[in-house]
Write a protein of this length. Structure first.
Length: 248
């Protein structure tokens, strides 16, 4: 898969999968849940400090290490190891990704969480304002790291098209640069549903679609020997190959 535009991903089938930015409500609930979980882990440490105090060097090192892990590594560790989800984010069905829709990665996760400390300590209201005014509900850390928090949706994987004409290795490679995503969706819908159509309706629809495609491809496309459905298949394969080949 590759990125097509912000917040969407294009599969090798050339189908766009869009993601929705998580709002302040779900992100706030996720943060509260994460903070409560951190508090539960630190409660024994608080009891030790309030009660007997630190007994020796080994105990001091253990407590310092626990505080460092819980307070400093909790968010970045979970976001790196759990595909952008802390326990709170997982509970709310949201995750951290890059604005391109790709996994966040080490550097963006570190940057957004370092700035989180500044936001919590010094600029909490500025972070909230940034989430309100930015289209993707990004706080300052997200803006600096190029990340966003999105809702996790279980989307069905696009089924592969069954091509009845020449296979992709022998099909003509056509210039589909003038075709839009909407054009491809129309052709793909026809190819996936043609077997259920009445034969006369199928031929008429294929003829209309092929006429439109030939107009877009131009007279020198070399498609005159192809039947209407073969042409539609060749165009769909060529359009899809643009995304299967990767960026560019």
């Amino acid at each position: 898969m590759r990125t097509n535009d912000a917040g969407s991903t294009v599969t090798p089938e050339a189908v766009q999968l869009r993601t929705d930015a998580a709002g302040i409500g779900s992100r706030s609930i996720a943060l509260i849940l994460d903070l409560l979980l951190q508090l539960l882990v630190l409660l024994p440490v608080m009891f030790v400090l309030v009660g007997d105090g630190i007994a020796g060097t080994v105990e001091a090192i253990a407590i310092s290490l626990l505080l460092f892990v819980v307070l400093w590594l909790y968010f970045p560790a979970f976001e790196l190891l759990r595909r952008g989800q802390t326990p709170g984010k997982r509970w709310q069905g949201i995750r951290v990704v890059r604005t391109s829709g790709q996994p966040a990665g080490l550097a963006p996760v570190v940057v957004r969480n370092l700035i989180r400390i500044v936001e919590v300590m010094l600029l909490p209201f500025v972070a909230l304002i940034a989430m309100v005014v930015t289209p993707r509900s990004q706080r300052l850390g997200d803006l600096a790291a190029g990340t966003m928090v999105v809702r996790v949706r279980d989307l069905p994987a696009p089924h592969a098209l069954t091509m009845r004409g020449p296979d992709e290795a022998h099909a003509p490679r056509l210039d589909t640069s003038r075709l839009t995503a909407r054009d491809y969706t129309v052709l793909r819908t026809f190819l996936s549903r043609r077997s259920s159509l009445d034969m006369k309706a199928r031929e008429q629809l294929a003829a209309r679609l092929a006429a439109r495609v030939r107009e877009q491809l131009g007279e020198r496309s070399g498609t005159g020997a192809l039947s209407n459905e073969q042409l539609i298949e060749a165009v769909a394969q060529s359009y899809r190959a643009r995304f299967a080949d990767g960026p560019g």
